[in-house]
Design a protein around this ligand. Structure first.
Ligand code: GL2
Length: 828
């Protein structure tokens, strides 16, 4: 009870007066105080946005309270902590997630309504924090929610980009990119910590010195930049724990270059100093390619160096012997973007803490766990040696040292197999000599994690086969998951209440396996009726959004068929569009009575293309060209509508996913490491139309292949099967491609290269080979959709079978099998 908690708190920390009250009256007072003293508006005159700001600050106060208590508790207990390093976190909005996790949403809604405001309206005022690109970044955000909810002692570390992922604007069907200056209106969720800052060094030179016969290295930097901490409390659900996500911003260093000031060029001296800030300015918008850019490398080292200094400082506050370091510190490296942390820890231990190589090496190898999110070698990050040598000269030396020892050791184990030695080396020789960050990460980590079972198989048999053969025990996988708090409770309140009603408990919000309890009710007509009603309400919301964002009016009776994700050739949005063209062509060629039998569809596509990714941008344009033709064709009417939702992001996903009937995950088998969008749709009772790629294979095992629409004939069990010759392409495929080629949708020249890429021998992503199977799966979806009972039953079974795909399960697996951390729950 609250009384007991307070008594305990008073005893522990003397916090008796520290608790904020959460009844609607107190909340009202708090909001009004923030209107007056934080937002500086009159309490008698403030608009929705100002109300949102005050509301957020009031919520933030409550977050801070828990966050302080949690950190006090962590400090007192001194458990082994996890440090989760990721260059990207796609958090989206924070308000609703926070009030729900704090358990005070209804109280706030009531407080606001008494003040004449509507909670939902204010929540819409919030912009997205889009400090990431796609799946990898959203996964980090979901995992932070689970880490907090499961009471793990964790810190997240990342970069505070001033410009998040670009805003996608569509002009005449073409994607244009606009900067996302998301901090324009302030960010109530962060706490600036000007006193927590570290100097990060770049460039310069390394000298060898000796003292008493002991040689050591001294790195004299050529540039120093200050990293300032911005803390973002992350509340758990159903617990007092709130963990910290610390994001670093670059500021000019306090150490002035007196020389340039004294030469009289005062203005230029200041302007040059200010350039330091550019390091954390902007997020790189490519999610799967690496270009070896200096600024990108600077970003990586900047965030890694500041984080490592912070982590070692925290360790040394309590411990004076580095032998204890791996028992107190676990590092998680989210893909190779933060892998410089490995080298940085080695550097600090050797050069600054004066440990010998052997000791430092042992510590590092016990501390780091690495997750790769990639399936192909081209996607692996490589950094040109010249770039590294100039920006981080000491780190390059250490990498060479690691590699030398590793190679010597390997030669002893495998002999003179030079081609294998070459493949496993950290250094790639070639026109551009580079450092292979994945090899470095594998060699220095105790665990290498894949993100789904299929991904694990690919790692073992293809991508990292040489390493797997050497160290099979290092390799594991933890199938990705998503948080049901964000993806059901926050974004689909109707479904959330319905589930709780039928399960008789809200416990599934923390223990999502309980969703399986819905199975026994799947055919119950009462649940089915309520289930459909909930879906219709969500479809209405989505239809409104479609109309305001695209101008297209859609019918609620139609099947909402959705593919939202980053635009990539391997994700095959083009296959979807060709399928739409086929459907359109069929409708056009039907007589009136046959048209009556067509199941109406709204085909919804959304997603961003990396700014330099020409093919992806053409796919977006094709989608618009097809939409223009189809949506304005009176023969078709409501039987088919095509919409491209612009600027797909987390908050748009929260609207789109609950309102979908069918969702497509049709990547070419062997190309999607996991995929996490499918899990969000599954939880929301959307039926999947999918290939057996990535984690879909495990989804099929959970829900049964009869409860989804499989594209392609068999499960992806044999990773080599991707190399088999493709079956011949169908006449339908040839026809739809030729429609595009012949200019049926206009822009003939512009689409030429897209059509060329679908020619038999060039069809790398196998659209032609899978087209017939794709159409069959779509036809099956139509047949089932008209059978409302069957469709609803499959929908309920999808939600019921989604338990495995919670990030809570993923995090428990990491905690146990990779990080070795235990929960550390705040006692009140
Ligand atoms: C990705 C994979 O492509 C995707 O399949 C996976 O689900 C996520 C999270 O593990 O990681 N890798 C990657 O670089 N991005 C991804 O989404 N951007």
């Amino acid at each position: 009870s609250l009384g007991e908690r307070r008594a305990k708190a008073e005893k522990m920390f003397g916090l008796m007066d520290g608790f904020l009250k959460n009844d609607p009256m107190s909340l009202q007072k708090d909001i009004l105080d923030h209107v007056e003293y934080t937002v500086a508006r009159s309490r008698f005159n403030f608009d929705d946005f100002e109300a949102f700001q005050a509301l957020s600050h009031s919520v933030r106060d409550r977050l801070i309270e828990r966050w302080h208590d949690t950190h006090q508790h962590f400090k007192k207990q001194d458990p082994k902590r996890l440090y989760f390093l990721s260059l990207e976190f796609l958090m989206g909005r924070s308000l609703s997630n926070s009030v729900i996790n704090l358990g005070i949403r209804d109280e706030y809604a009531e407080a606001l309504s008494q003040l004449g405001f509507e909670y939902e309206v204010l929540a819409e005022q919030e912009g997205d924090a889009a400090l990431g690109n796609g799946g990898l970044a959203r996964l980090s955000a979901c995992q932070m929610d689970s880490l907090a909810t499961l009471d793990y002692p964790v810190w997240g570390y990342g970069l505070r980009y001033q410009y998040g992922l670009f805003r996608q604007v569509i002009v005449d069907g073409y994607q244009h990119e606009q900067p996302d200056y998301w901090l324009n209106f302030g960010n109530p969720w962060e706490i600036e910590r000007i006193q927590v800052s570290y100097s990060v060094k770049f460039y310069g030179m390394v000298e060898e010195k000796a003292s008493n016969g002991v040689k050591y290295k001294v790195w004299t930097p050529g540039e120093t930049v200050e990293a300032v901490a911005y803390d973002n409390p992350i509340p758990g659900y159903g617990t007092r724990n709130a963990i910290n996500l610390r994001l670093w911003a670059a500021k000019p260093s306090g150490q002035y270059d007196l020389e340039s000031y004294n030469t009289g060029d005062y203005i230029n001296a200041i302007v040059n100093r200010q350039k330091a800030e550019t390091i954390s300015y902007v997020l790189y918008p490519d999610d799967r390619s690496y270009q070896g850019k200096e600024l990108r490398l600077k970003q990586q080292y900047f965030f890694v160096s500041a984080s490592v200094q912070d982590i070692i400082r925290r360790f040394k506050d309590v411990h004076d012997n580095f032998d204890e370091f791996p028992d107190k510190v676990a590092f998680q490296i989210n893909d190779t973007h933060p892998s410089l942390a490995i080298v940085e820890v080695l550097r600090v231990l050797i050069d600054e803490e004066c440990l010998d190589w052997g000791k430092a090496w042992e510590i590092v190898c016990r501390a780091f766990s690495f997750t790769t999110h990639t399936v192909n070698t081209e996607g692996l990050e490589k950094i040109p040696v010249d770039l590294l040598g100039s920006l981080l000269p000491r780190h390059l030396q250490i990498m060479y040292d690691i590699n030398h020892r590793f190679m010597e050791d390997l030669k002893r184990k495998i002999g003179q197999d030079y081609s294998r030695l070459e493949r496993m080396s950290i250094v790639e020789e070639g026109i551009v000599k580079s450092i292979r960050m994945a090899n470095l990460s594998i060699i220095c980590s105790h665990t290498v994690n894949g993100v789904s079972r299929v991904h694990f198989e690919l790692l073992k048999t293809r991508l990292f086969k040489d390493f797997y053969d050497l160290w099979p025990q290092k390799f594991q996988y933890k199938t990705n998951g998503v948080t049901q708090r964000r993806w059901i409770v926050v974004s689909n309140p109707g479904l959330c209440s319905l589930i709780s009603k039928w399960l008789g408990t809200e416990a599934w919000i923390r223990n999502v396996d309980l969703l399986a309890g819905l199975r026994e009710h799947a055919s119950n007509p009462v649940l089915q009726q309520e289930w459909r009603m909930t879906k219709t309400i969500n479809k209405m919301r989505l239809a409104d959004y479609i109309e305001t964002s695209t101008g297209v009016k859609v019918s609620l009776d139609a099947m909402f068929d959705v593919q939202v994700k980053r635009i990539h050739e391997y994700k095959r949005q083009l296959l979807n569009i060709l399928g739409i063209i086929y459907r359109y062509d069929c409708i056009k060629n039907m007589n009136k009575s046959d048209r009556k039998k067509v199941v109406p569809r709204v085909c919804i596509i959304g997603g961003k293309a990396a700014p330099g990714y020409e093919v992806a941008k053409k796919i977006i344009k094709l989608c618009h060209a097809v939409a223009d033709k189809v949506n304005n064709d009176d023969d078709v009417g409501d039987l088919l509508k095509v919409v491209f939702i612009p600027d797909y992001n987390v908050s748009v996903a929260e609207l789109v996913i609950p309102g979908s009937d069918l969702s497509q995950h049709i990547s070419t088998v062997g190309h999607e490491a996991s995929g996490t969008g499918s899990m969000k749709f599954l939880m929301n009772g959307c039926l999947l139309l999918a290939t057996a790629d990535g984690s879909t294979v495990e989804i099929i095992e959970e829900i049964g292949v009869e409860n989804m629409f499989l594209v392609g004939t068999k499960l992806h069990e044999d990773p080599q099967s991707g190399d088999k010759p493709a079956p011949g392409v169908s006449i339908q495929f040839i026809r739809v491609v030729s429609m595009v080629r012949n200019g049926y949708f206009g822009f003939k020249e512009y689409f030429n290269s897209l059509c060329d890429s679908l020619e038999d021998d060039k069809d790398f992503y196998k659209l032609g080979a899978d087209f017939s199977s794709y159409l069959e799966a779509q036809a099956m979806a139509d047949r089932v959709f008209v059978n409302k009972e069957k469709w609803t039953c499959m929908s309920i079974l999808s939600t019921a079978g989604s338990g495995k795909f919670s990030s809570d399960r993923t995090i428990e697996e990491y905690a146990k099998h990779a990080w070795g951390i235990e929960p550390c729950k705040c006692p009140f």
